[in-house]
Design a protein around this ligand. Structure first.
Ligand code: BLA
Length: 340
């Protein structure tokens, strides 16, 4: 399969064979082929699909920009086998002078499911966005969030928005066209997303997976560039703000991440909770002392416990709430005037 992939001058060109992504979907039968042949072809492709090359790319690229060393978490979190005896969970974690934690979780359940959760959290001296790639793929459907999650609110902090996102708007707009808005979304999640967020759903195809791979590479390269240029905050109150913002983000995700249910099914409730708190969203105990309900009091039940609903407001935003044509202006403000 000779596929060369190129969209525009800003986009990464995939080398024709090395990075070609086998697809996770079944092929449509050609007129001469039997259903049996079609299924076999689909199986061959499915079994080869993996997010491993996303991780390989990210790690190699990171090494070009900084001195990456293994995280102390690497000893405990390496690989796990799920209860089904087949699904593999692979974990990797690193740190670098400006990166508190760079970690990935790759779930390989063959043709039934592939998951990539890849994130980079800055050290608190830097107000850098959090790199966030969450890709869930079943045999037919893909659920994707790719973003440089803002550490500080991009609506009230216009300076923050301009500092990190102004120059990336053309990149975001280009990919938002290729990977259109995925429909209604938990409203609370949007507070953690930037104007260049890619929230999308698509059926599996080599085209979509190639676009996603390109987007991942371009977004990660953009994040690395921001990381390399970032100046250290020296003011104690600014560092405190960075700590608290990251803490709030981590607490939200530990408590409300949509991946929780699947993790619990795969490895049991206790292991899933441990993985979420101590690996995926590590840092809660070090970066702050507030509780989930301190940050999100609207989730408090009458008996003082946390409401286990994922969303209090509900799902909204049928279409992309950021108005790209107006550059940095934000329609979300009009829809959601009470945004924190
Ligand atoms: C769905 N994952 C989603 C959705 C979002 C995210 C927005 C759509 C459903 C919704 O509106 O909540 C991702 N949400 C995020 C991210 C942030 C957020 C990145 O608030 C950041 C602040 N996802 C994973 C892992 C798995 C996974 C590890 O990260 C599986 C092990 C699965 N995500 C998953 C599944 C769905 C989903 C199965 C669809 C099911 C659902 O909507 O509940």
């Amino acid at each position: 399969m000779e596929h060369c992939f190129c969209f525009s001058t800003t986009m990464t060109i995939l080398p024709a064979t090395k990075h070609y992504l086998p697809i996770l979907t079944s092929r449509s039968c050609t007129s001469g082929s039997t259903r049996r042949n079609c299924n076999r072809a689909a199986f061959i492709e499915v079994s080869a699909f993996s997010y491993q090359n996303f991780i390989d790319f990210a790690l190699n690229e990171t090494k070009l920009h900084t001195n990456l060393s293994p995280s102390p978490l690497q000893d405990k979190y390496r690989s796990l086998k799920a209860f089904d005896g087949k699904t593999q969970l692979q974990m990797l974690s690193f740190q670098a002078p400006k990166i508190r934690l760079l970690r990935s979780l790759n779930i390989d359940a063959g043709e039934t499911m592939q998951v990539l959760d890849f994130a980079a959290f800055p050290t608190p001296q830097y107000d850098l966005p959090i790199f966030c790639a969450n890709f869930f793929s079943s045999s037919s459907m893909n659920i994707v969030v790719l973003d440089l999650n803002p550490l500080h609110d991009v609506i009230s902090h216009m300076d923050y928005r301009e500092k990190y996102y102004q120059s990336l708007m053309p990149l975001g707009s280009m990919y938002a066209e290729l990977l259109p808005w995925g429909g209604k979304i938990t409203s609370e999640s949007l507070r953690f997303f930037s104007p260049i967020v890619l929230w999308t759903k698509f059926t599996s195809s080599s085209y979509h997976h190639n676009v996603l791979y390109s987007a991942f590479m371009d977004y990660y390269k953009a994040w690395l560039q921001l990381m390399q240029q970032a100046d250290e905050d020296v003011d104690a109150s600014r560092i405190n703000c960075n700590c608290e913002a990251q803490h709030k983000y981590l607490i939200w995700r530990v408590e409300k991440d949509p991946g929780q249910q699947i993790l619990k099914k795969l490895i049991g409730e206790a292991n899933a909770k441990d993985l979420l708190k101590n690996f995926l969203f590590n840092g809660i105990d070090e970066l702050g002392s507030k509780t989930f309900l301190d940050y999100f009091p609207e989730y408090q039940c009458a008996d003082g416990t946390i409401n286990d609903k994922r969303s209090i407001i509900g799902k909204s935003f049928e279409s992309r709430p950021w108005n790209d044509s107006e550059g940095m202006s934000v329609r979300i403000q009009k829809i959601w005037p009470t945004n924190p």
